[in-house]
Ligand binder design. Structure first.
Ligand SMILES: Cc1ncc(COP(=O)(O)O)c(C=O)c1O
Length: 387
């Protein structure tokens, strides 16, 4: 049977309840929300607003209408970066970022709209809050960082960083693509002004869902303007949330699935999901006959000795003598195991690891991954490493 260990790219399969929720919603009331005022349109609007309330509960967002839906985390990050930064601003980011953070910032820097500081990571793949503090300039408007790296799996010290950013009067944008649904998030406690999330990874929804939670301190210019289904008389985008940032028909099929995914997470508790994923990583490492044959980038010690403390449910490894793409192809072709080799859209993170340009082989577990899945992956990797 096929084994899926690419949950950091997208969670798969989704829980049965998610599939059923999409089907039953779209069959019963799949109308365009708010556009007509007829019963089905009102039901669609109510479903979307309920999803906002559930996400607000999950992230500690006080005002659900400040949860703005878009296509994915990339959309939320672009909304934030392009909506907040102005000519002459300085932004701080890090080497651990996904291209969905790095590229929009690099582009603005290349066009000389902003200046940019890219912070290094420590040997433990963490961003040092003191380095963030030192990087501040009088014109620093935005600090944009990942919560959990999709390459190293390390969870960043965001509480300490958030306090610094708040004290300095800048805005803190957190890329929660790998953490939303897997790590507890509280935007108020951690001083997060802008939280970009994706719906299709640990939040268990379908692809094409995600967005941005916008705190009260942030003024975000809309970068996608259009119809909002409400007052059409205004010549420009309305001021009110969520319409200010939500031009166009939303992905109601997707959001119906996301609603169910978030409901399940709130029921089970994010902490229990993370504990499950960490236990799976431990089983994976313990099941390898000769773990020392792999290159671990420090992850093996943390997984085996410290219960994956400070990590999400992914690990990147290399097998000496094999290119990551080769390992990925062998696992796929000969063992029917899906993993993700390469650079994972995070070239600076791989430069930090010393694995650029080939990358690593990333195995990532999810809510439905079993002990048996990771044991069989360990057997396959042992077999490949043994040549
Ligand atoms: C850390 C990180 N940020 C952003 C993204 C982008 O997410 P999406 O493809 O849903 O826009 C990903 C996806 O892999 C990611 O891992």
């Amino acid at each position: 049977m096929a084994i899926y260990l690419d949950n950091a790219a997208t969670s798969y399969p989704k829980p049965e309840e998610v599939y059923r929720a999409i089907e039953s919603f779209v069959r019963a009331s799949g109308a365009n929300p708010g556009r007509g005022g007829h019963r089905r349109a009102v039901e669609a609007e109510a479903m979307i607003n309920e999803t906002r309330r559930l996400l607000a509960r999950l992230f500690g967002v006080p005002r659900p209408e400040r949860i703005v839906f878009g296509h994915n985390a990339t959309d939320g990050l672009n909304m934030a970066i392009k909506g907040v930064l102005r000519p002459g601003d300085h932004a701080i980011t890090s080497v651990l970022e996904h291209n969905s953070v790095s590229r929009p910032l690099n582009q603005l820097e290349e066009e000389r709209v902003i200046t940019l500081t890219r912070l290094p990571a420590s040997a433990d793949h963490l961003i040092d809050p003191d380095e963030v503090e030192r990087a501040f300039r009088p014109n620093t408007r935005l600090v944009a960082l990942t919560h959990a790296s999709n390459v190293t799996g390390t969870i960043q010290p965001i509480a300490a960083i958030g306090r610094i950013v708040r004290a300095r009067g800048a805005l803190f944008l957190l890329d929660a693509a790998q953490s939303a649904g897997a790590v507890a998030i509280d935007v108020e406690r951690d001083c997060i002004d802008l939280l970009a999330f994706t719906g299709h990874k640990a939040l268990l929804g379908p692809t094409g869902t995600g967005g941005l939670a916008v705190g009260d301190r942030a003024t975000v210019r809309p970068w996608r303007e259009g119809g909002t289904g409400g007052d059409s008389t205004r010549p420009v985008q309305p001021e009110e949330f969520p319409h200010r940032l939500e031009g166009g028909t939303p992905n109601i099929f997707g959001i119906a699935g996301l609603r169910e995914g978030v409901r399940l997470l709130l029921e089970r508790g994010v902490e229990s999901i993370l504990a499950h994923e960490r236990a799976l990583l431990k089983t994976f490492v313990a099941s390898l006959k000769r773990p020392e044959r792999l290159v671990w980038y420090g992850a093996d010690r943390v997984i085996a000795d410290r219960n994956s403390e400070g990590r999400v449910g992914l690990v990147g490894v290399n097998i000496p003598g094999f290119a990551p793409a080769e390992v990925g192809a062998i696992l796929d072709d000969q063992f029917d195991i899906a993993v993700r080799p390469g650079l994972h859209c995070a070239p600076y993170a791989h430069k930090h690891l010393g694995t650029f340009p080939q990358g690593t082989v990333r195995l990532s577990v999810g809510i439905l991954t079993t002990d048996d899945d990771v044991r069989r992956a360990a057997e396959a990797i042992d077999e490949i490493a043994a040549g």
